[in-house]
Structures are given as structure tokens and as C-alpha cells.
Design a protein around this ligand. Structure first.
Ligand SMILES: Cc1cc2nc3c(=O)[nH]c(=O)nc-3n(C[C@H](O)[C@H](O)[C@H](O)COP(=O)(O)OP(=O)(O)OC[C@H]3O[C@@H](n4cnc5c(N)ncnc54)[C@H](O)[C@@H]3O)c2cc1C
Ligand code: FES
Length: 287
């Protein structure tokens, strides 16, 4: 029997929480050789559910499976946007979908980026590879309310120049002159005249006041670990460093335990965590 302290009292029945809503694909845009963006609207009209940058949806490719994908669009836009890298069974099936096809959507879920806590401070956004997608919504919000923040820096690393996401948008943002953007690649080419090296090598170039800065990091786990170490070395306190973690998920809402990360469920307690809450776990996992 439920008691007054039971967190499930008043919660919708499990079946409702787990039921995907049909969304129609309005547009598919190829971003790189293995990454694409879909724009979705609820099938049969109506508005998309409100969401905050850093949150994710469970996307269901009917007959194939359901996966967590961050919302990567502009919070001010009426369409729901997801950018996905094709790596396995579900993402490859999703890559074959076309405008007009329907997928299932559950969400939004999870803890967003700390945009409110960052007001009045310098903001350092560090992305690796597809990790720029979960951060793009935060960048739209920061740029929309630019006067509310101090220095704004984006440091972005990819494997090759061909893997750079949202290239035109990065160029547009650079032309604003109120956000400093540095991009680096692991392997350059004869046509690449930019930085070569891991994204942590960009941190010393970034103009921010360490004790006043809020950092937001998303990328492969090893990149998160070294970026957080480098930011701490520069003086950014660990509670001001926020990272987005990935774990395999099934329910997305804290029922199944699939995404357990130490004492945390990434779907419910994250995916965005202050680094001091998970630093020990990240270091232990990497050993
Ligand atoms: C909160 C959250 C947000 C996410 N946001 C995004 C997002 O915005 N965009 C996005 O593209 N992905 C995102 N992911 C990752 C995405 O959920 C996985 O890539 C997806 O579940 C893989 O499913 P699949 O069936 O295609 O691959 P599977 O068939 O499950 O895996 C196939 C192979 O690919 C490997 N693999 C699985 N995931 C990855 C990965 N991420 N990178 C490299 N290799 C992998 C597996 O180890 C396996 O060997 C997010 C994950 C979480 C937890
Ligand atoms: S995915 Fe089920 S508890 Fe997180």
C-alpha cells in the first residue's frame, strides 16, 4: 500500500509514462557522413512538450527499439530537434527514416544544464564530437540572453574537419563577436588550417575568470575526465563544472535501474551532474 511519503503517490500510471506519442518527421538533414538531424512535430497537430536544454527524449523507431537522444534544437522553436550519430541497431534504423515517417517520443526527461545558476558568470562550453548536440540548446539560450552572462566561450573538438557539426551555425555565431569559439581536430588535412590536438589544449586560450566561471561539458567519458581535470587545474571549482553522462537506458524515468552509475540513475538524477557529485565514479570507471 502507498504511504504519503511514497514518491509514486500522485504520479501517472507506469503504462502512461512508458507510452510513446507519435511524432511526424518534418525534415531530415544530413550533418556529417554518420550524423543527421530530424525535426519533429506531434502527429495530428498540437504543440511539442516544453523542454529545457540538456534534457533528452526516448525515441522509438517502431519495430526496432527505443533510445535516449538529447534535444538539440532551439528552445524558442516550435519544432522538436534531435541530432543523432548512427552507431548501432536503432540509430542506423533511424538514419533510414524520411520526412513523413512517424516515430514514438517519450519525454522530455532529465536534469538540464544550469543556465539559471550561470547568470552573471562567465560560461565555458566544452564539446567533443556528437557532444555538441546536447549543448546546442544551451548555446541558443545563452546567446538569446547574452547580456545576462559574462564571457561566453565554446571549445569544440572532433576527429577530423569533416566531423564538425553545425558548421554554418558556428560560423554565424563567430560573426556575432560576443562569443569566442575555438575548434580543434584530432587529425587535420591539407585544407585544414585550424588547431590540431585534443580539446583540452584549447583551455589555456579561453578568456574566462576561473573562480567566476560555470563550465558545461559533453563528449566521450575520457574527454570529460581530462577536460574537468584541466578546468580544475585552471582554478574552476568542481561544483561549477557540469557534465552530461551517458549510460544505456531502458525506461528513462528511474524505474528499471539500467542506467545506474554508482548511487545515481543517470536518467533521473542526470544526465547533467555537477562534477563534484560524480568525480570519484568517473575516475574509478576509467581505471
Ligand atoms: C541521456 C543521453 C543522451 C544522448 N544523446 C545523444 C544525442 O543527442 N545524439 C546521439 O547520437 N547519441 C546520444 N546518446 C547516445 C545514444 O543513446 C546511443 O548512441 C544509442 O542508444 C545507440 O543505440 P543503437 O541501438 O544505435 O546502438 P547499439 O546497437 O546499442 O550499439 C551498437 C554498438 O555501438 C556502440 N555504441 C553505442 N552507443 C555509442 C556511442 N554513443 N558512441 C559510440 N559507440 C556507441 C555500442 O558499444 C555497440 O558496440 C545519448 C545517450 C544518453 C544516455
Ligand atoms: S533507464 Fe531505467 S532507471 Fe534509468
Amino acid at each position: 500500500m502507498s504511504t504519503a511519503a511514497d514518491p509514486l503517490v500522485g504520479a501517472p500510471p507506469v503504462a502512461d509514462v512508458m507510452r510513446p506519442e507519435p511524432y511526424r518527421i518534418e525534415r531530415v538533414k544530413g550533418e556529417t557522413h554518420d550524423t543527421f538531424t530530424v525535426e519533429l512535430r506531434p502527429e495530428g497537430g498540437g504543440a511539442c512538450r516544453p523542454w529545457l536544454p540538456g534534457q533528452f527524449n526516448m525515441l522509438y523507431v517502431f519495430g526496432v527499439g527505443e533510445i535516449p537522444i538529447s534535444i538539440s534544437g532551439d528552445p524558442a522553436s516550435p519544432v522538436l530537434v534531435h541530432t543523432t550519430r548512427s552507431v548501432g541497431r536503432v540509430t542506423k534504423a533511424m538514419a533510414r527514416l524520411k520526412a513523413g515517417d512517424v516515430i514514438g517520443v517519450r519525454g522530455p526527461y532529465g536534469v538540464p544544464w544550469p543556465l539559471e545558476a550561470a547568470r552573471g558568470r562567465d560560461v565555458v562550453v566544452v564539446a567533443g564530437g556528437i557532444g555538441l548536440a546536447p549543448l546546442r540548446g544551451a548555446l541558443y539560450s545563452l546567446l538569446a540572453e547574452r547580456d545576462d552572462y559574462g564571457n561566453l566561450v565554446l571549445l569544440y573538438g572532433t576527429r577530423t574537419p569533416q566531423d564538425i557539426l553545425y558548421r554554418h551555425e558556428l560560423e554565424r555565431w563567430r560573426a556575432r563577436f560576443d562569443v569566442e569559439i575555438h575548434v580543434t581536430v584530432d587529425r587535420g588535412s591539407s585544407a585544414w588550417h585550424g588547431n590540431v590536438g585534443v580539446v583540452t589544449t584549447l583551455i589555456h586560450k579561453a578568456p574566462f575568470t576561473s573562480r567566476n566561471a560555470v563550465a558545461m561539458i559533453c563528449g566521450p567519458e575520457v574527454m570529460i575526465r581530462f577536460t574537468a581535470m584541466e578546468l580544475q587545474r585552471r582554478g574552476v571549482p568542481p561544483p561549477q563544472i557540469h557534465v552530461s553522462m551517458e549510460r544505456n537506458m531502458k525506461c528513462g524515468v528511474g524505474f528499471c535501474g539500467h542506467c545506474q552509475f554508482g548511487p545515481h540513475f543517470v536518467c533521473r538524477d542526470g544526465p547533467v551532474f555537477p562534477y563534484d557529485r560524480i568525480e570519484e565514479l568517473v575516475n574509478r570507471w576509467e581505471v
